[in-house]
Design a binder for this molecule. Structure first.
Ligand SMILES: N[C@@H](CCC(=O)N[C@@H](CS)C(=O)NCC(=O)O)C(=O)O
Length: 236
């Protein structure tokens, strides 16, 4: 059994989609980041970085004690290895899957994440970071579109690279971008959105984008996410 410390965000959905695709037995443990569920010493022992998602595999590859795994990209690779699915056997494709997975983890997720922060959470009127991170997200969408004009999937076959990237493509609507401006991305997005595991893993029946509303946070919630409570949380 695999416990998934889960919140329904793009990084969380990578793992829920992967588990639906592979059929590995698991249970989702819902974490409320606004309430600070991720700041506890117990959770830090599972994920020293204190972010979501993380998993604990009670029947790990190689046996032994339950194995915690953090970082969504590392979780996808672990689950691919465990299930022997969704990481291509062919060395060229396998390398492509790893390259695009690293690209998502290092660029498409973090840059867009900053765009979400400055557009939806930070005090309004900060034009420079909004423009900087939205432009970087647009640049990365062009990179993704270029790849998907060459191949139907990032590693030529559906893989962990697509599973990592798809939820972040879905999130671009919330920062005012439209996939219709990137035709190869839009076609790939729809292809993947129809997969039963993606529908089950995201709890959505259509590909509608996430809300672009600015969340209204209490002082406590703000502190849990971005302020003193977050800074004061123990490290292990
Ligand atoms: N690189 C990490 C990023 C994890 C991350 O930032 N997760 C967000 C939710 S998608 C989070 O935990 N937010 C709570 C917070 O920032 O305090 C991964 O891919 O797992």
């Amino acid at each position: 059994m695999i416990d998934v410390y889960f919140t329904p965000t793009p990084n969380g959905h990578k793992v829920s989609i992967m588990l639906e695709e592979t059929g590995l037995p698991h249970r989702l443990l819902k974490m409320d980041v606004l309430a600070g569920d991720h700041l506890t010493p117990e959770y830090r022992r599972i994920n020293p970085n204190g972010r979501l998602p993380a998993i604990v595999d009670h029947d790990p590859i190689g046996g032994g004690a339950p194995l915690p795994v953090f970082e969504s990209g590392a979780i996808l690779l672990y689950l691919a290895e465990k299930s022997r699915q969704l990481l291509p056997e062919n060395p060229r494709r396998r390398s492509q899957a790893q390259q695009w997975l690293m690209w998502q983890m290092a660029s498409f997720g973090p840059m867009q994440g900053q765009a979400h922060h400055f557009i939806r959470y930070a005090p309004e009127g900060q034009d420079y970071p909004v423009e900087r991170y939205r432009n970087e997200t647009i640049r990365l969408l062009h990179v993704l579109d270029g790849r998907l004009r060459e191949a139907d999937y990032l590693a030529e076959e559906y893989s962990v690279a697509d599973i990592a990237t798809w939820p972040w493509a879905r999130a671009t609507g919330a920062i005012g971008l439209s996939l219709e401006d990137f035709p190869a991305v839009a076609a790939w997005f729809e292809r993947i959105a129809e997969r039963p595991a993606v529908i089950a893993g995201t709890g959505i029946k259509n590909a509608a984008n996430l809300s672009s509303a600015r969340p209204v946070l209490t002082e406590e919630q703000w502190s849990n996410l971005f302020g003193q409570n977050m800074l004061a949380a123990p490290t292990r």
